[in-house]
Design a protein around this ligand. Structure first.
Ligand code: NAP
Length: 373
């Protein structure tokens, strides 16, 4: 209690001027403030604005909340979708980015899972703990309907975090909550990938490079597509068995088909969407699996018949990240195989807009990360 009021569970943000007065937006007594980036509506899209946000003091934490000093944040294509307002989501005033990791600096009185000093990464869907997806989880996605990670401090319920793999620092671990878990959930949890199978990975962005790494450590064979021969070389250095330049070979399924000896691949990591689905369907084996993940070619309808899905007895899995228990399983796998996330470039907190612009340029291979502390 403070001034006779309950401490709000959603901690209010404040303007710089209020921060200087050490009052939060509801006039509470002094609180800590955290630097944070915010989406600000600007005509059809959003600007990014650096400001301050009120944070509770350690003795004001909710019963099962923990206060984490964020050290690394990674960006995903989804953050560009929000920033450029490609999907018409209202994120004005929201803190961007679903993915962050850091160190616990304070715990609420009833917290049992964490201690000060533990290294943790946040869950994209904090309430999706296990099992099937429930549509209600959409209301609680970080960097969407809830404030995200692009700030110095985050307070969330203790169940909204997982332990960082022992071999990774928190900067590297910040790449895991969305991109890595999506790849894992697609190939392992939903796809049941085994070592004698073949995987097709589209492009060399965050999800796809993790899918490549996970598939290779399972023992599968992997073919990667890219717009860049240099990136295909880098994919080979991570173990890719074959590469196809999708710009030079728009009908790239022909290469995939011949590489698999006319059988097709067992799994497609489909991050392209309507513009790539036709080639993906032509690449998949009978009884194979397509993990439908992405919208890199837009949100429209596919321009091709879906009949090949039937004719090939394909399983089509819609994927939206994954639950916390799979995040924990994945981290154990990453730790066992000592898998290092591929970080293309690191930006300082103050240069977050440059990190967004760099991701949008498509020059990256793997992940783009922002160092917070
Ligand atoms: N459903 C989910 O849970 C989920 C989770 C994460 C991501 N996603 C979606 O998955 C997609 C990838 O996300 P990300 O964060 O990994 O993106 P990212 O890191 O920005 O990667 C983008 C890369 O995709 C490749 N690409 C672009 N257009 C392509 C095309 N037409 N065909 C094949 N590859 C293409 C490019 O690779 P090259 O430079 O090698 O050509 C580009 O660098 C996005 O649509 C994102 O929204 C969905």
């Amino acid at each position: 209690m403070a001034h006779g009021f309950h401490i709000p569970k959603v901690y209010p943000r404040c303007l710089d001027s209020q921060a200087n007065l050490n009052l939060d937006s509801q006039g509470f007594r002094p609180m800590q403030t955290s630097r944070a980036w915010f989406y600000r509506k600007n005509q059809a899209a959003y600007d990014l604005e650096l400001g301050h946000q009120s944070m509770p003091r350690p003795d004001e934490l909710g019963e099962r909340d923990i206060l984490v000093a964020i050290e690394g944040v990674s960006l995903n294509y989804r953050d560009l979708v929000a920033w450029k307002n490609m999907a018409g989501r209202g994120v004005d005033g929201r803190v961007p980015a679903s993915d962050g990791a850091g160190t616990v600096v304070a715990v609420g009185p009833s917290v049992t899972q964490w201690r000060v000093g533990d290294r943790v990464a946040g869950c994209f869907f904090p309430r999706w703990q296990s099992g099937r997806f429930d549509l209600s989880h959409h209301r609680f996605d970080l960097g969407g309907n809830l404030d995200g990670m692009l700030r110095e401090q985050v307070v969330m319920h203790e169940d909204a975090w997982v332990r960082v793999p022992a071999h990774l620092d928190t900067l590297a671990a910040s790449t895991l909550p969305c991109a890595a878990l999506t790849a894992w959930y697609s190939l392992i949890a939903r796809g049941g990938l085994t070592k004698d199978q073949m995987v097709l990975v589209l492009g060399t962005g965050g999800v796809s490079v993790f899918a490549l790494q996970i598939a290779k450590h399972v023992g599968a064979r992997v073919v990667v597509t890219s717009s860049s021969d240099d990136k295909l070389m880098r994919a080979r250095s991570l173990g890719a068995d074959e590469g196809v330049n999708y710009k030079a070979h728009p009908q790239w399924s022909e290469q995939v088909w011949s590489w698999t000896g006319g059988r097709g691949v067992d799994h497609v990591v489909e991050v392209g969407g309507p513009g790539t689905l036709e080639q993906s369907m032509k690449s998949v084996a009978g009884g194979g699996h397509i993990a439908l993940i992405g919208v890199l070619t837009g949100f429209g309808a596919p321009t091709t018949s879906l009949f090949p899905l039937l004719a090939r007895n394909v399983t089509l899995n819609g994927i939206y990240v994954g639950p916390r228990d799979e995040f924990v399983r994945m981290n154990a796998f990453l730790e066992e195989h000592r898998i290092e996330p591929v970080i293309d470039r690191v930006f300082p907190l103050e240069a977050a807009p440059n990190a967004f612009a760099y991701l949008a340029s498509g020059q990256h291979f793997g992940k783009v990360v922002i160092r917070i502390a």
